[in-house]
Design a protein around this ligand. Structure first.
Ligand code: NDP
Length: 451
């Protein structure tokens, strides 16, 4: 396989990208990984190289950056920065989440938007790629403050989105509460009730299974990977990071399939419960995180589990690891630790949680490794199904949506196998997802001319 270092096209492309997007390290990292997978494929298919498809795909169609002024409960004026990256609309309206977190910046959102293009293509649904958000931190804010921020954010964003143009959803820091405030403001400004956001409440246009979709989808994907080795989640010990939306429903589905989840975390530390986080304990986590908005440390106090402040859970022995918090949360040493402790499968609920040298460790050791753009595509898939239901003005049952989700995750797995199987039978899911996601978008761009 050709690597960027020994390809003149690859080197020149990456140098240009870094020069044109200085300091945006996460964006460079995401594009580098995809380019490495695509080099041979693009050499074999000169039509993509001649039309500069990769160069065009790594330049956003449009980037919107805006001021978000709002007033806190003390009457003090606060100012945040809002963003929407409209990355690629070759196969459908821009689609991707909004992230509210103090670490948000242009480079992080560009990496997420770039990944989203490939992810959405893999889902088989007609969705382009986008991402947005703000450096606003919803933690320790009152509901009133979050509402005023969301209203101000949407007042500007509403000019740029629409049910046939760009359809945002949630991500870190944007859950049901925030989507509600954003949707309310959009409706008020435009005077239309439309499927402009996904992740809505069930009573006002939301889809059943949307909250569960990313976590469930990741477990379905990991299960497909395990099946290729005649294995399953039954009796597996599983470590999970994060304790938000994705981590919660990943825990629920793993437990349902007979696995035992022993860790959860937040940005302050992780808990280790050797007895497993069963359905009752998970209910406590959901209340703690979604209603009380407290810290995961309280789990350890309540159930007598271990709490490790400022640490990540990857030192704990497990069979399967499902990172579900944030980017670059597993480094090379932690990847080696996982493998030395017997881990056979890493499947990413979060976006880009493994650093590039951690990914190298997985591939060198030939474990089952599902990269985020394939493994966590369940969330956006059910968002796509929410859009379909909104257009039809119909709601499907839980079983119908879950059935679609399972089938989509199986299809994504098959695409990865099709494009990622190597001569010795090993499935390189990184190459599989990158090439599989690329082809559909590239063909659409070729057909649509220079736009
Ligand atoms: P939530 O906000 O619900 O939860 C995020 C969790 O990750 C929290 O426990 C949070 O802890 C922790 N976390 C966030 N940032 C950091 C950080 N810098 N360091 C350590 N821990 C951190 O978000 P989601 O569960 O929705 O998202 C989790 C991941 O899954 C993200 O990478 C997201 O992009 C990805 N994803 C989400 C989808 C969805 O449908 N929601 C779809 C596809 C991917 P704390 O509260 O202390 O910050």
């Amino acid at each position: 396989m050709t690597s960027i270092d020994n390809s003149s096209f690859g080197k020149e492309f990456m140098n240009n990208l870094i020069n044109r997007n200085p300091g945006e390290v996460e964006f460079h990292q995401a594009v580098h990984e995809v380019t490495e997978s695509l080099l041979d494929f693009i050499e074999d298919n000169p039509k993509y190289k001649n039309a500069k498809i990769l160069e065009r795909m790594s330049e956003a169609e449009r980037i919107i950056i805006f001021r978000v002024p709002w007033q806190d409960d003390k009457g003090e004026v606060q100012i945040n920065r809002g963003y929407r990256i409209e990355m690629n609309s070759a196969i459908g309206p821009y689609k991707g989440g909004l992230r509210f977190h103090p670490t948000v910046n242009l480079g992080i959102l560009k990496f997420l938007a770039f990944e989203q293009v490939f992810k959405n293509s893999l889902t088989t649904l007609p969705m382009g790629g986008g991402k947005g958000g703000s450096d606003f931190d919803p933690k320790q804010k009152t509901d009133g403050e979050v509402m005023r921020f969301c209203q101000s954010f949407m007042t500007e964003l509403s000019r740029h989105i629409g049910s046939n143009t760009d359809v945002p959803a949630g991500d870190i820091g944007v859950g049901g509460r925030e989507i509600g405030f954003l949707f309310g403001q959009y409706k008020r400004i435009r005077n239309e009730f439309t499927g402009v956001l996904t992740g809505k409440g069930r009573e006002w246009g939301g889809s059943l299974i949307r909250p569960e979709a990313t976590g469930y989808g990741n477990v379905y994907f990991a299960d497909e990977m395990l099946k290729t080795r005649n294995d399953s989640f039954k009796d597996k010990t599983v470590t999970i990071s994060g304790s938000g939306n994705v981590a919660q429903f990943t825990t629920e589905k793993v437990t349902e399939l007979g696995g035992k989840v022993v860790t959860l975390s937040d940005s302050s530390g992780f808990i280790y419960d050797a007895d497993g986080i069963d359905a009752e304990k998970l209910k406590f986590v959901m209340r703690l995180k979604n209603i009380k908005r407290g810290r995961i440390e309280e789990y350890a106090k309540k159930f007598g589990a271990e709490y490790h402040p400022n640490k990540r859970p990857w030192r704990i022995k497990c069979d399967v690891a499902l990172p579900s918090a944030t980017q670059n949360e597993i480094n090379k040493e932690e990847a080696e630790l996982l493998i030395n402790n017997g881990c056979i499968c890493v499947s990413e609920g979060a976006n880009m949680p493994s650093t590039p040298d951690a990914v190298e460790v997985y591939l060198k050791n030939k474990i089952l490794y599902g990269p985020g753009k394939a493994a966590n595509a369940g969330g956006v898939s059910v968002s796509g199904l929410e859009m379909s239901q909104n257009s039809l003005r119909m709601s499907w049952t839980r079983e119908e949506v879950d059935g679609h989700l399972k089938r989509i995750m199986q299809d994504i797995h098959s695409t990865c196998v099709k494009y990622g199987k190597t001569k010795d039978g090993f499935i390189n899911y990184v190459d599989g997802a990158n090439i599989g996601g690329f082809v559909k978008v590239a063909e659409a761009m070729l057909a649509q001319g220079l736009v």
